[in-house]
Design a protein around this ligand. Sequence first.
Ligand code: ADP
Ligand code: ASP
Ligand code: MG
Length: 436
Amino acid sequence: MKISKFGGTSVGTPERIKNVSLLINDGTKRIVVCSAMSQTTNSLFEICDYYSKDNFDGAHTVISNLEKKYVEVINELIETEHFREKAKEIILAEFKEIRNFANKPFSIAVEKSIVARGEILSTNLIQLYHEEQNIPSVLLNALDFMYVDNDSEPILSEIETRLSAILAQYPSTTLFITQGFICINPRNEIDNLKRGGSDYSASLIGAAVQASVVEIWTDIDGVHNNDPRIVQNTKPIAELSFDEAAELAYFGAKILHPSTVLPAKLKNIPVLLKNTINPTGKGTLISNKISGTGIKAIAAKDSVTVIKIKSGRMLLAYGFLRKVFEIFEKYKTPIDVITTSEVAISLTIDKEDYLAQIVDELKVLGAVEVDKNQTIVCIVGNMIAEEKGHALEVMQALDNISVRMISYGGSRHNMSIVIDSNNKEKALRSLHKNLF
Ligand code: ADP
Ligand code: ASP
Ligand code: MG
């Protein structure tokens, strides 16, 4: 069984959807995981924003425009009147529900239910298109198997059990279509895997069915060695190890949701990134194979907050770090980069939900400083923390930029630098010039 995930741009127009259909109809047994058509999720979040501010006119305008777009998509994608009617019935019912939320109090649960519609719309249209084209396929409802806990963290064993029971009902089906991003939580509410979460869905599904490969089809030839939106002349990387890819995804390479690599690594399933616009291109293969030496790629993660705790008492004390970490644990806030000196510790977080409470509790341990708008620049490559010279190359490239933190040696294939976000573009370009 293969898993093939198609992102927003790959299913972004009727023409693209027809193109996807050509890529998935080769007789291979596969589960196709689809994102919402591009811009749809943004529009759905915009609607939620209006609802949260009781601006119903604002919401109405966005809903009507989006609905109009989907009617146009149906008219272009679907050929026969019978299937067009069927498609419109499904799509208009979803928009009716989105409108009905205006009569209910707004909440996070409402938001999650609304933003889930993008994937529900796209997968229904794609499945109907296949039905019209006489290509047998089964639409799986991700809410029947993509189970998360109360913190919206997927529970793989539960997904495995639920999904295998569903698949057992269709022993002769080769083509399954399902939604990325959306899931169901223990409160039986629709939930999601955060922005860009369809990649993570694909990898979780791949791990659940022990797939032969998880393909991530997107709009670029695989993982590039730097952010192509900022730096010119970036190049695709042919191969990455699970660990290298995990670091890049976690520390900002937008092409992959930060958690995508974990389930695949756990079950040793290769992840292949491919370009829908250039399907014969090599793409990037992420696997357990560790290859090459030297620096392979650079990525940057924004919206990071640095917290510094300075305590006279840390001097010669043990147990200080434990006390600090316990506070972050209590507020379920992951720490990304850490540096310590004898009297102070600096660390970064990107989840600020409990920042005020965390700072209040840290103040008991020492003087606390908070710097927002920081960026983690992550430099990745096999063994770069053991080979001579890489640290120098990196620091030379950052010659004119003040560096807030450096983390080196935590793993053999990663170096992380924390800088002010205003310097990010300059840093990425300068590193690219120096390192590649
Ligand atoms: P999808 O909608 O298919 O999930 P995304 O927009 O989430 O696609 O991710 C693909 C985009 O990620 C590319 O178009 C590219 O602009 C951006 N990107 C950022 N960093 C990288 C990188 N290191 N390599 C490749 N693409 C990157
Ligand atoms: N549609 C969702 C988003 O835009 C999930 C995804 O595309 O992966 O974030
Ligand atoms: Mg994405």
